[in-house]
Ligand binder design. Structure first.
Ligand SMILES: O=c1ccn([C@H]2C[C@H](O)[C@@H](COP(=O)(O)OP(=O)(O)OP(=O)(O)O)O2)c(=O)[nH]1
Ligand SMILES: [Mg+2]
Length: 145
């Protein structure tokens, strides 16, 4: 557990882990009126949350499986990346992939946020890379069954 500074300008409680073993905390729509999403329509939905992650951490904004299977709603840019140095409002890019209009209500839990450690790398530019069993094989190279 790490302490993370947060400002909550929404009228909803802080995101919380639903169970002891949850990876993510659900994010709620901080909106005053419903958002109607037509098929394939997308919307940038505010959460009212501003966070200060320590350097070496990121937050990922991920879809909720329940919304995906029941309503065809997902995050367009999944996983969304919240950089450690971002001080703006966390927003969620939702898209309606169903063939019906879908409605987001104020306070709906629209996505989940996972905080993780992340490495930055320093490039070592070379002319060749080491050999492996896989080498350049990919994109189905090992078969399906
Ligand atoms: O789902 C998301 C994704 C991003 N962000 C915020 C936090 C993140 O630190 C910033 C930039 O995100 P990203 O790097 O994905 O977007 P970009 O298009 O590369 O914008 P920028 O040039 O500002 O980095 O936008 C969100 O609030 N929600
Ligand atoms: Mg960026």
């Amino acid at each position: 557990m790490i302490n993370v500074r947060i400002i909550n300008t929404s009228s909803h409680p802080l995101p919380a882990y639903a169970t002891a073993g949850s990876s993510g905390m659900d994010l709620r729509a901080s909106i005053t009126s419903p958002i109607q999403l037509q098929p394939l329509e997308r919307s940038l939905v505010p959460t009212g949350l501003f966070i200060e992650l320590p350097i070496g951490y990121e937050a990922q904004v991920r879809p909720r499986s329940g919304l995906a299977i029941k309503q065809g709603i997902t995050c367009l840019n999944t996983p969304g990346t919240i950089d450690a140095d971002y001080r703006g409002e966390i927003k969620v890019i939702l898209i309606n992939l169903s063939n019906e209009e879908q409605t987001i209500m104020p306070g709906d839990r629209i996505a989940q946020m996972v905080v993780q450690q992340v490495e930055q790398v320093s490039w070592v530019e070379v002319e060749s890379l080491s050999s492996t069993e896989r080498n350049a094989g990919g994109f189905g190279h090992t078969g399906k069954s």
